[in-house]
Ligand binder design. Structure first.
Ligand code: BMP
Length: 256
């Protein structure tokens, strides 16, 4: 299933406020590129945010791999997000019972709820996980993991279908999915990791696809690129190359 509606046409179909704000940014910057800033120091994280910021719609973080995380890191990140007009997606993959998830979202040393625009969750524990996240849906949008890019992933078609059903029950909070392409209706957005222009995979089961296949053929909306950009010697240039490849693939899909 591949949608040919434009982002302009889909914007009013999206119930969650953050999802709509994301599409406004996507349209304004002509960018459906998300960078996965998988680095281990706050200095690297902030310099990546500054370097690739102008090219991206979302910066995806893993706060728990930053060795020197403090509240000041998130404050600086939010500052850069405002400066370059991108949203922050903390890829925490919540998967516990609702009560624990609520504590994980607000507490600890990361205080994710204070700074993340987007968070995600596995559906394995049932709707309580999403219920906990949806209580902060005023400021935060939620993505559900419906499929994964890694080899041997257990997300069989029935599982993916369950993710869709759960999303429909929480449409005020859930505005999209982590999936390998379009798996449902145009009122949700589809985010795909495992995107690389050169490599086919890594030694730990990651499987890569190119932007054109993911967006134009498989019908995904947003490409999530980590090492393809992060490990480049010129990150600005790499981000610009990927932004164009992802946007051209989106235009190609509309034109097909
Ligand atoms: P890379 O492009 O360097 O392989 O990084 C991919 C990023 O996307 C990582 O941050 C990883 O946590 C995330 N990711 C993934 O690769 N596959 C999934 O199915 C879900 C993910 O969140």
């Amino acid at each position: 299933k591949v949608h040919q509606l434009s982002f302009e046409q889909r914007l009013p179909l999206i119930r969650n406020k953050v999802g709509r704000r994301l599409l406004e940014i996507v349209l304004k910057k002509q960018s459906n590129l998300i960078v996965a800033a998988d680095v281990t120091t706050s200095q690297e994280l902030l310099s990546i945010a500054d370097e690739v910021g102008p090219q991206i719609c979302v910066l995806k973080t893993h706060a728990d791999i930053i060795q020197d995380w403090t509240d000041s890191v998130s404050e600086q990140l939010v500052h850069l997000a405002k400066l370059h007009h991108f949203l922050i997606f903390e890829d925490r993959k919540f998967a516990d019972i609702g009560n624990t998830v609520e504590l994980q979202l607000t507490g600890g040393i990361f205080h994710i709820a204070h700074w993340a625009d987007i968070v995600n969750a596995h559906i394995i524990a049932g709707p309580g996980t999403i219920e906990a996240l949806s209580r902060s849906a005023e400021h935060c949008g939620v993505l559900l993991l419906a499929q994964m890019s890694s080899k041997g992933s257990l997300t069989v078609p029935e599982y993916t279908q369950k993710a869709l059903e759960m999303a429909k029950q929480y449409e005020d909070a859930v505005f999209g999915f982590i999936s390998l392409g379009c798996i449902g209706e145009p009122n949700f957005l589809y985010f795909t990791p495992g995107v690389h222009l050169q490599e086919r995979g890594d030694s730990l089961g990651q499987q890569y696809t190119d932007p054109e296949t993911v967006i134009a053929v498989q019908g995904s909306d947003m490409a999530i690129v980590g090492r393809g950009i992060i490990q480049s010697s010129d990150r600005r240039k790499a981000a610009s190359t990927y932004r164009k490849a992802c946007w051209d693939a989106y235009l190609q899909r509309l034109g097909d």
